[in-house]
Ligand binder design. Sequence first.
Ligand SMILES: *Cc1c(COP(=O)(O)O)cnc(C)c1O
Length: 424
Amino acid sequence: MKDYRKRDINGRELRPESLMMSYGYDPMLSEGAVKPPIFQTSTFAFQNAEAGKAFFELALGLREKGPKEELGLIYSRLNNPDLEVLEDRLTLWDGAEAAAVFPSGMAAIATTLMTFVRPGDALVLSGPLYGGTDYFVKHILPDFGIAPVCFSAGLPIEQVEPVVREGVGDRRVSAALIETPSNPTNELVDIEGLADLVHSLGDGDHRPVVIVDNTFLGPLFQHPLKHGADMALYSATKFIGGHSDVIAGATLGDRELMGRVKTLRTFMGTIPDPWTGWLLMRSLETLKMRMTAMMKNAQHVADYLVDHPKVQNVHYLGLVPEDDPMYPVYRKQCGSPGSLIALELAGGEPAAFRFLNALQLIKLAVSLGGTESLAQHPASMTHSDVEPEDRDELGITPGLVRISVGVEHYDDLIVDLEQALQAV
Ligand SMILES: *Cc1c(COP(=O)(O)O)cnc(C)c1O
């Protein structure tokens, strides 16, 4: 029998993109089907009563797993083959021990944070955060006694440290959640520096977990676990799903932490359906091709925009100058500049709206990371609930437009941008 968890040939390690069509799935368990079938079932039959008892003992943590024992299939709120294969494949990109998938990025964020935070704790956060995350940590968690402590992305770690220490005061820090690069302005947080700082706020009995929302560059171009973070987290709706047709999320980390997250997932019921798992497996087969093509397109688009007289400023990682304090951070932790660009138009909201309304190929929609290019206006759309003074501080100006560059031909994208800029 072939070993479907094998990751090497004669000791030479295989790359994630080479394993996305096979890893974790044994066709012989499914009539030889080359692709995993969709296991559209809520519950699974046990071989015998003893097997059922053993599965429950493991699922509920009543005893340790035996050396060769695997958690059997019980019920699709706990596990399902499509989700298990997907989770195994997701671990490969980030070099994680384990993964948990969710029915949305927000379900991943909410379930993961609730696993670790407790009343009275401080939660360290970078800003700006995704709108849904921002609302959850500033309006929902505080009702449970969890205090948000925020710092701005783009600051060197020496300036972050006093802000965090003062904000935390004498509270226990149970977790930090950061987004880097930030949305929409592509500011960076030094993952290694922040992880060292946050871990230093723990003590012998308590180690805070550092969670990186890696939606923007990962899982291809940034691997937070390799820079000292404890968990990487995704809206799989974006690059991982990649076709703007599925909502999903994922969290990755070591077995112990992920075991705790999965226990809460079981009781909150935040697990996706098998069809979502199947769609994401299909997406993972082309992840590297898509993200690479989008990144190359974005470089052409950014080069075009930066020279345009009507564009005041372009926020794109590929344009960070070498003398910028963030440049070494970029070189250390980002494998590429990615495919998100924010451009600043003179003339505020009216100019931005004229530009967006004139686009013909690029669609006017929120979200990102799909095969099609999308443009939107952060100040009135994705970031409209950020306080106006915070918006200014974060660089979310009325003339700012964010573009998620897709897989179209870059010349065609530039033709569209050219005619839309003429309308400004
Ligand atoms: C979209 C997004 C989320 C939320 O994910 P959903 O799948 O929409 O729930 C979280 N973080 C970031 C950075 C995002 O872009």
